[in-house]
Design a protein. Structure first.
Length: 118
């Protein structure tokens, strides 16, 4: 049974940091592209960061230089280190695992809320 479970969200002040974790099971983690997406009410889900199954990473323009995605294949976990957080980073953050095809063809977690507010 495939499981993708996010954790680490919460309330943080502007300028602060958070680290999100996504623990996966039920599939060969190292063979999957793992990514973080976020969504706010009334808006489409947007890609935040991706670590491709062959090793490289990419970031959304709004988080470049502030967020870092990493993966630990031994622990079947992907992380999102978020620094210099801004109010506009407030969203529900979702983890996705896909081997081939689009994000929609992959597995999604239930999401974790990140709120940046003073």
């Amino acid at each position: 049974q495939v499981q993708v479970v996010e954790s680490g969200g919460g309330l943080v002040q502007p300028g602060g940091s958070l680290r999100l974790s996504c623990a996966a099971s039920g599939f060969t983690f190292s063979s999957y592209t793992m990514s973080w997406h976020r969504q706010t009410p009334g808006k489409e889900r947007e890609l935040v960061a991706v670590t491709w199954r062959y090793g490289s990473t990419n970031y959304g323009d709004s988080v470049k230089g502030r967020f870092t995605i990493s993966r630990d294949n031994a622990k079947n976990t992907v992380y999102l280190q978020m620094n210099s957080l801004k109010a506009e980073d407030t969203a529900v953050y979702y983890c996705n695992a896909v081997r081939f095809g689009s994000w929609a063809e992959g597995y999604w977690g239930q999401g974790t809320q990140v709120t940046v507010s003073s």
